[in-house]
Design a protein around this ligand. Structure first.
Ligand SMILES: [Zn+2]
Length: 81
């Protein structure tokens, strides 16, 4: 699935004029000296946020897998008929 790998690589790439925060991994505008996403968040809260984000991403990945299986199954049944 080359298109999937391509999309992942593109989303990881740094966007123009934005900096990737080393603390929370989110992008923020370059003129800012500190990240607006996590500058006011404590370490414990940040960990919780990151865990939630990871869980969301994993859930999305599973959904994509189910959709892919359904598409393959649909094509298989279509070819049978
Ligand atoms: Zn941050």
């Amino acid at each position: 699935m080359w298109w999937h790998a391509y999309r992942v690589r593109k989303s990881v790439q740094k966007r123009e004029g934005q900096t990737l925060c080393k603390r929370c991994g989110l992008l923020y505008e370059k003129p800012l000296t500190e990240c607006p996403h996590c500058s006011g968040v404590s370490d414990a809260e940040l960990r919780m946020l990151l865990r939630q984000r990871k869980g969301f991403r994993m859930g999305l990945g599973r959904l994509m897998l189910v959709v892919a299986i359904l598409i393959v199954l649909g094509l298989y049944l279509y070819n049978q008929g």
